[in-house]
Ligand binder design. Sequence first.
Ligand code: G1P
Length: 304
Amino acid sequence: MPSTPKSVPSALPQLQVRKAIIPAAGLGTRFLPATKTVPKEMLTIVDAPIILYVVEEAVEAGIEDIILIQGRGKTAIEDFFDTSYELEDKLLRDGKSQLLERVSRVRDRANIISIRQKQPNGLGHAVLCGYPIVGDQAFAVLLGDEIMIAETPEQNTTRRLSQVYSEHQASCVAVMEVEAEDVSKYGVADVIPMGVGLFEVRGFVEKPKPEKFPSRWALPGRYVFDGKIFSYLKNAKTGINGEIQLTDSMNLMAQEHRMLASTFAAKRFDAGDKLGYLKANIELGLRNTELHDDLAHYLKGLVP
Ligand code: G1P
């Protein structure tokens, strides 16, 4: 459902990376039974679905074409970004059009394109599904269940990675330092420090064993890739969990091309995990001016 993007009124410079892939095809088994009929990306954080926060980050980073990779039963996501004529007309007549303003803001600034991933073959395969739209140019990947909340436009994680890409003409992925006992939950980068918050990458390992990991710098699900990643993904072999892992292709690319990793200042929530989802609701609820006082009062009352 492409719409014509309008020019972006932003004080920040326009960057080279204009396309983003948002994989949102996972089965959401960690959130059953809720996700039996509702895609996990449509679960609500305060008053907006998880996917809207992710799309907002992309749009605020100057992305113009957003490619949603969806699976069966996920049509609610593309419907969400489509126009809802009856509802929008009624809200307009009732003087409440601002209630949908957040959705129309991203819809007016970017093309939302959806592609179906026909089999759940893993994250690497989901990203490869975006190739017909992205082609050989640089692009961002934002995982559809990870939320990054930036206090300022400069803190936007995808913008930061795009800036590094523009400066160094090398793929750049976000990394965060995690506790040793959590390393095996993530893809992990083997890095050499380069400057403040910036690293050269020697390789990546998906879900390393707790006793053998290259570092504690884990991948939180934000990437900017050179188009070359697709040639690795096209030839990718099945990896851990019987899936085509994005991290495996990243690792092969890092052996042959320069790759960088960057820390980020935004606050990250793993909204695809029950605890992360609850934390996101509480923290973003506290940041909401209408809810802050009552929610803070309620939370204080819960803790003796
Ligand atoms: C995926 C990636 C992994 C990354 C993680 C972030 O794993 O494969 O490299 O660290 O997302 O959440 P998943 O959480 O889908 O198992």
